[in-house]
Design a binder for this molecule. Sequence first.
Ligand code: DLL
Length: 433
Amino acid sequence: MNVWNPSCENMSTEKMRQLQSKNLINTVKRVYHNVPFYRDKMQKAGLVPEDITSIEDLSKLPFTYKQDLRDNYPYGLFAAPMSEIVRIHASSGTTGKQTVVGYTRNDITVWSEVMARTLAAAGATKDSFIQVAYGYGLFTGGLGVHYGAEYLGASVIPISGGNTQRQIQIMKDFGTNVLACTPSYALFLSETLDEMGIGPQDLKLRAGVFGAEPWSDNMRKEIENKLGILAIDIYGLSEVIGPGVAYECECQNGMHIPEDHFYPEIIDPETGKVLPAGEKGELVFTTITKEGLPLIRYRTRDISALTYGKCDCGRTLVKMERVSGRTDDMLIIRGVNVFPSQIESVLLDIGETAPHYLLIVDRVGTLDTLEVQVEISDKLFSDEVKRLEELEGRIKDKIESTLGISAKIRLVEPKTIARSEGKAKRVIDKRNV
Ligand code: DLL
């Protein structure tokens, strides 16, 4: 088992709580004295920094929301002078202004270090060739993985996203062992490999670090089989740092959070109450070592659960379970809560469709409708109508029995659903337009 930083990743709970308390106290002082937004909020809550004496006091502090970053666009929540900021990233999101984040030199070191832990957990070493096919630019994926891979001492191939044929040529010629990209792009790459007549045996690929969008365990299996690799889930968000906020190990049953830097809580999104271990709710992070843009109790809107205790890999870091959706991408269809990932799971469970799908939600009169478009193979497409109808019926039944809603299923020809080089678009909700 490849642990990059055992002194932190295998730390005892008691020592970890002490370290977290010390770092939280410093962070609260820092934001109170340097950021008017936090000072105002704490004063309104009747709090001074001295009220926070340990990590146990965290729940006294108010939450921070994405809207707060937007309201203080671009640099209003920075806690370091601009002369100390050495990097700026931004995430566009779907609505509203960009969310701008800034890093001091020390923040970049922390980021590189947690990304080195991430890559090591996937089995990468200084002898690996790591192909970074996440986008470079304001998006944190490309540069985040890049710095971590260099910190690890691996050979980095900074190809960025897109240009799929070239990705494959380079993968083959340069002897790539580790691929870093979104899971949807990994699938697209595997399809293109197929078309080019290149199999896993022609490549040196061993592992992939995939994230930046929700994906299911079934999709993981599909990618692992097609590429002949270990597919590792990695999680992060630019506000907290970028990729490196959580990473799976070889055990593939939850993502370890470097809680010496990012302290997680799970709350009930309605009441804001902290939920006990194992319960699903909204993930909230407090950064306790960041200088440029520290965040106190930041509401991620991602839904997950936390589990504590030693993992089989030896790490003692708390684990978050695979993100099952976002509080804001949950679709409410005829009153039923539906996450796109649940439908993905049903489709991949049935196994006769390709993992490319699109959900179209509409409203006819007062009734919500859901259409699930899913690709099938060439072979199946040219099959007899009866067989296709039978498959449609099976998908429809399975969706109805697992999710409790009826859906129209439309099997579409291979390659008709748009492929993405970055984050995939899975839902078109026509009700809002
Ligand atoms: O997506 C950072 C990142 C880059 C993570 C590369 C992993 C790999 P943002 O663009 O700010 O940052 O988007 C953050 O993406 O709140 C989640 O909703 C979603 N997300 C990220 N990783 C995962 C994952 C990057 N493994 C938002 N599973 C987050 C599910 C994920 N959702």
